[in-house]
Design a protein around this ligand. Structure first.
Ligand SMILES: Nc1ncnc2c1ncn2[C@@H]1O[C@H](COP(=O)(O)OP(=O)(O)OP(=O)(O)O)[C@@H](O)[C@H]1O
Length: 210
């Protein structure tokens, strides 16, 4: 398990626009961290940089003091617009994604689907899922490989009340397992009830602890 993820002066520029500016952040295993901020403030971009989906323009991202290549961190990410195949069932989608890294067995995939309150045997295609079901499946995808770092971008915005409690429970369980959990959310309740530390991002700058 990774003990610490450290961001040192992470900056991301696209063209002449600075999207993230000198972000410094240290996250420790077993903790849930929150990031809140207005639309367009940089929350999703920060998640993408930590996940390795986007390279920072400058600064360092260290996993137990090592760069990504040397540390090879196991990162789970739940992000808006995740591309799942509309014509495949939930289980088929996750099996396809799991075949890339081969870290989760079919049994572990089914377990993750059950954990989010869905049914692995459900034959319905992803296209026919409700918004909340889609979001649950994306959470199952994020946790199925037992990640060391779990990044959740607005994980509850389409989920019903009972589902929200379930998502909170899963996040707590993941932290108890030793994962570093980072949650981006506008939902005050999510942030306050779960996170040991909460940061505010404003125009790409990580401001203060709320
Ligand atoms: N590929 C891109 N090219 C140019 N600008 C981008 C790109 N991706 C994001 N941005 C810009 O970066 C800024 C931060 O976007 P980001 O999606 O990280 O915001 P956010 O805090 O997650 O917002 P929301 O709460 O709406 O999800 C925005 O101004 C956005 O327009």
């Amino acid at each position: 398990m990774i003990q610490e993820v450290k961001l040192e002066n992470i900056t991301k520029q696209i063209g002449t626009t600075t999207i993230l500016e000198n972000i410094c952040l240290t996250m420790k295993c077993g903790q849930i961290y929150g990031i809140t901020g207005e639309n367009g403030s940089g929350k999703t971009m920060l998640m993408r940089v930590i996940a390795g989906l986007v390279n920072p323009s400058s600064g360092q991202l260290l996993f137990d003091g090592k760069n990504r290549v040397d540390a090879d961190p196991n990162i789970g990410i739940m992000i808006e617009n995740a591309s799942l195949y509309p014509e495949l069932s939930g289980r088929e989608n996750l099996r396809l994604l799991a075949s890339i890294r081969k870290r989760a067995t079919n049994e572990e995939i089914d377990q993750a689907i059950r954990r989010v309150g869905l049914e692995p045997e459900d034959k319905r295609t992803f296209r026919k899922y409700s918004l909340g079901m889609k979001q649950r499946l994306m959470l199952a995808q994020a946790i199925m490989e037992q990640p060391e770092v779990l990044l959740l971008d607005e994980p509850t915005n389409a989920i019903d009340r009972k589902g929200v409690e379930l998502v909170h429970q899963i996040m707590s369980e993941e932290a108890q397992r030793g994962a570093i959990v980072l949650l981006a959310s506008h939902v005050d309740y999510d942030i306050r009830s779960l996170c040991s530390r909460v940061f505010l991002i404003e125009k790409g700058r990580l401001q203060m602890e709320v």
